[in-house]
Design a protein around this ligand. Structure first.
Ligand code: SF4
Length: 352
């Protein structure tokens, strides 16, 4: 049996060479990655890994989150189980009290997680909720050596200032898709609203964490557009979610991803954002399936255990996967014993 060797197999290594020398990919080259043949996937991953290795070696950053407020959202983001109109069977509760949020910080600290992420559903927080989170953050900062990332929805200038003043290091607010496609997935707020929140967060002195969800019916051009929009924002961290179409949401029937496409998307992100933390976020298990480990040749970060309203694979299986790759777990700067027990976790898939 004769098999044809892909003619362009060195194309990706040349592109990696260029990226390693400081070259910035064009949109056309980004699209080329997403359009590449499955036969070239190993070559693409090998080339991408060289870029990942330069900036992150074999390190894998793990993230832990607390779902501080669940469900009850008036917004209509089609991918989200917490959206208005969603019939998904999820926990619903208002903002956790101080005790519960402090418990989360303790769990994060015990697991040597350098960053404690506080995530709340909703269009955006009330001033009272911001004050509550800010006062808890001040307490956390006085007790623990933890970085704090908040994902609270749309913020105004004053709210961003208050969070920053309290010691919040980073704001997560995802673009989710391209500007062009945004109104197909949400009608209750705009892409510009999201950009405005990122702007006020940055102006208040906080770092930005922002990413997207692949697989919501967007075109390859939409993915490339969102990737490049993030480059203009200079985000420190990019979570790449893959749609986990949850029963009861308006995107429940959308199921268009295969693991090879997911891997190409991760390669695109690494090549466009060589030195930025790229996180395999929600939908990892159901979309990458048996190829999850390969995603870490492009990405350098992931969530472990459960997501906001869906289950992830057991943390032990994640640790084993990382160890099998010969990679090492770094939780925001601390090396972590693979036997460390994970705290109560909630990861992010229905990104707010
Ligand atoms: S993503 Fe956030 S804003 Fe959108 S519906 Fe879900 S909880 Fe609400």
């Amino acid at each position: 049996m004769s098999t044809q060797v892909p003619a362009s197999s060195s194309r990706w290594q040349s592109l990696a060479d260029q990226v390693l020398s400081g070259y910035q990919l064009t949109r056309e080259e980004g699209l080329e990655i997403l359009n590449s043949s499955d036969d070239e996937l190993l070559e693409l991953l090998a080339a991408t890994y060289r870029v990942r290795q330069k900036y992150f070696g074999k390190q894998v950053q793990l993230y832990y989150l607390k779902n501080a407020k669940s469900g009850l959202c008036p917004e209509d983001c089609g991918y989200c189980s917490q959206a208005r109109g969603s019939k998904a069977d999820i926990p619903k509760y208002r903002m956790l009290n101080e005790e519960k949020l402090l418990e989360g910080a303790k769990a994060a600290d015990e697991a040597k997680a350098g960053t404690y992420c506080i995530v709340a559903s909703g269009r955006g927080p009330t001033d009272k909720e911001v004050e509550h989170v800010a006062s808890v953050v001040e307490k956390i900062k006085s007790e623990y050596d933890l970085r704090i990332c908040c994902c609270l929805g749309l913020l105004n200038e004053e709210q961003a200032q208050r969070l920053s003043q309290a010691g919040v290091n980073r704001i997560n607010h995802n673009l989710n898709t391209s500007r062009e496609y945004y109104d197909k997935i949400c009608s209750t707020h705009t892409y510009q609203d999201r950009l405005n929140t990122l702007k006020v967060a940055r102006e208040a002195g906080m770092e930005l964490c922002s990413g997207l969800i692949v697989g919501m019916g967007e075109t390859l051009e939409d993915i490339v557009d969102a990737t490049f929009e993030l480059r203009t924002l200079e985000t420190k961290s990019i979570p790449v979610n893959f749609l986990n179409s949850i029963e009861g949401t308006s995107l429940e029937a959308v199921d268009e991803l295969d693991p090879r496409h997911c891997l190409k998307a991760l390669c695109l992100f690494r090549m466009v954002h060589p030195s930025t933390e790229i996180r395999i976020a929600g939908g990892r298990e159901v979309n990458l399936r048996s190829m999850q480990a390969m995603g870490l040749y492009a990405a350098n970060s992931m969530f472990v255990s459960d997501y906001l309203t869906t289950k992830g694979q057991a943390a032990e299986a994640d640790y084993e996967m990382i160890s099998d790759l010969g990679f090492e777990v770094i939780v925001s700067g601390h090396e972590m014993d693979a036997s460390t027990e994970a705290p109560e976790l909630a990861g992010q898939t229905e990104s707010c």
